[in-house]
Write a protein that binds this ligand. Structure first.
Ligand code: URA
Length: 240
């Protein structure tokens, strides 16, 4: 998929989300919040669901938790514009209650299609509802700050998933803020590993490489999404 095709796919999903009536959350929302960011990115951040400010503005993570997410990104030299940010459910649950299983299920196809369009190397989950989708059965207290292959059914079968606490949790429990920054510091290394895994997988399945041998060098892939078939240097996130 070209970057223009990715963007067109994301815009089409956003337009459907804006008028979606698949679950009860549409009855109480002001605006649906499809997500935003770069179409040509390697990394997607997935939160739980819109809160008060997001519901008013139709944009993800624009309240206090969003300000912390922006700080977390900046701590590794990234900006909101360089990644894609979305949620498990696209409409605000009333009073910011937890999303119900049937609401998550109704909204799931949108996130699956966003992942298929973005084909990210790394999915950073913010909070347990997001983690449950990409790493079912994990416990956030045990896996935060670590990464593993994303669940094959999630829509991004070639991605790694990195678990983080939800930034809003740190607003209620100050000690988690330090944990969040410490965990975030591990995200670029996870991306590096995710890129390398994709390069190996591509080499194994590439036509003309029937034995699936992996070319060992250069050690750091130069393509945008670490996919030798696609290269867009503008999309490569800085790692330091
Ligand atoms: N919390 C979330 O999970 N998502 C948002 O977009 C904002 C707050």
């Amino acid at each position: 998929m070209t970057d223009a095709e990715r963007k067109a796919a994301l815009d089409a999903i956003g337009a459907e989300v804006a008028v979606c009536t698949r679950c009860r959350l549409h009855q109480t929302r002001t605006l649906a919040v499809p997500g935003e960011g770069a179409a040509a990115t390697e990394v997607i951040f997935v939160g739980e669901g819109p809160g008060f400010n997001e519901d008013r503005q139709g944009r993800p993570f624009v309240g206090q938790a969003g300000a912390l997410l922006t700080e977390l990104l900046a701590s590794v030299g990234w900006s909101r514009q360089e990644v894609f940010i979305t949620n498990v459910v696209k409409c605000r649950p009333p009073e910011n209650r937890d999303p119900e299983p049937d609401e998550i299920a109704a909204c799931a196809p949108f996130l699956t299609r966003q992942l298929e369009a973005l084909d990210p190397a790394l999915v950073v989950t913010l909070g347990r509802f997001s983690m449950a989708r990409f790493s079912p059965g994990s416990r956030i207290g045990q896996v935060h700050g670590t990464f593993r292959p994303a669940d094959a059914a999630c829509g991004a079968p070639r991605a790694m998933t990195f678990a983080m606490y939800h930034p809003a949790a740190a607003l209620h429990q100050g000690s988690l803020k330090e944990t969040l920054f410490r965990d975030m510091a591990g995200v670029p290394a996870a991306l590096l590993e995710a890129r390398a895994t994709r390069t190996e997988d591509s080499a194994r399945t590439e036509p003309g490489n029937p034995r699936g041998t992996v070319d060992e060098g250069p050690s750091e892939p130069s393509g945008a999404l670490a996919d030798p078939g696609e290269s867009d240097p503008t999309a490569q996130l800085p790692l330091f």
